[in-house]
Design a protein around this ligand. Sequence first.
Ligand SMILES: [Zn+2]
Length: 490
Amino acid sequence: MSKKIILLLIDSFMPHVLQEAREKGLVPALSFLMEKGAYWDNCVTVFPTMSATVDASLVTGEYPEKHGVQGLIWYHRPEERVVNYINGSKSVWRIGVSKCTKDALIEVNETHLSQDVTTVFEELTRRGKTSASFNFSVHRGPCRYRLRKPGILKLILAGLSFERMVSGPEICTIGRFIDSEFLRSFPWKWSHSIFQKYGLNDWFAIDATCRLVKENKLPDLTVVYLPNMDYAYHRKPDQGPQILAKVDRGIQRLLDSFGGGEEAIRQCRFIVVGDHGQTKIGAEVEANIDIPQHFVGMKMAEMKEIKPDSDDVVICNNERMCYFYPLKEGVQEETIKRLLRDSRIDVLAWKERGGVRVRRGEQELFFAPGNKIADEYGRMWNTEGDLSLIDARQKEEGGSVFIAFGDYPDLFSRLYGALYAREGDVIVATAAHGCEFFTPDDPVHRGGASHGSLHALDSFVGLIITGETKERFARPRIVDLKSYILQQLT
Ligand SMILES: [Zn+2]
């Protein structure tokens, strides 16, 4: 019989932080898991390097062009509105707390995630297996759950009715927002309070997993989302190893719930992975790329209400990446012209002839799905122009020629995936090293760190799999994990 799997997704789990923490002896639990299996420091996530998109790719095994979750913040053209899965209190307030809550809790799973893809939870059900999701944002599955408004949210969200149910695996929590047998019998703790985001934290998710272990009720797959590292690292990137040490204590607690690490890995295979990295942002004003300054004389849409007849462009800021959705003829060209002047913009790209046009200053590159040359992940493309723009090159190895990526890993699939996640014109910009985009209502991290871009620092995450050998993956990707899990469990 195959071993049960516990997948721990650590938000902002970065290889260089793990290495430093190991050298300082701060992460015994993670070190133990690494020694009992294989570790990769080159696992590539999808783009934008923002949680909602990554979670959707992890559970479906697809890039966004298939699953449709375009970013943490994106423009829904058919519904003429901005979707925000809760990033930035001001921005959420502008769009409407109820709308954002509904998007994050219901729509992401029930309508935004394409019906043409399946989640790992749905696939396991088909195979007669069971699963659990603790606080994972994308959890579409075989069971239906009613949502609830914990504590004071009953008043704040008085106008919001949760008449629709949300689906998930056999055991499913989103903090205290999902009403279930499991939650009702879960004793209240401080980590469930409003001050701890109603359970959307590491302690809640680890407690929930420990409980399944102690009651001997672990399903075949348990997916556990650990967000605390992200919150803390955004503010204090210099404290990275110490922040990871706190996450490690939670993981140690989980191992101890089995009666120790050896017993834990005897019973289960552990997968520990990150969703994205982070990049330090300069403290100076110039570190923020002021978007409104670029659009003087043009009409930027208000987040609260998009007016396609009079607005020129909808702007969706995903920290170190930004989407620009032109609403009128000529706006795409004008937007590109203006953004190209800013040297703090690293990669500028848009849809063209079924492929992608990329620009930086005078440098140009075009690529499209095709049949001329494979990239190092085996996907076939046609390309024209300057590969050095994206630090890629043609490489010959063992008699075959392929495209090898440098500072922008797996760029073709990732950039194509973001642009083609939704129909209609859209331009993508990423911020140069040390910079992030600034729009008045969205969070800023000057002197801290943020993510969203295609660069290696935002894109490589750590991956540990116990009981596995390094040869299993030469170049692992987040999109490979679903099929790996299914293989292991069947
Ligand atoms: Zn973050």
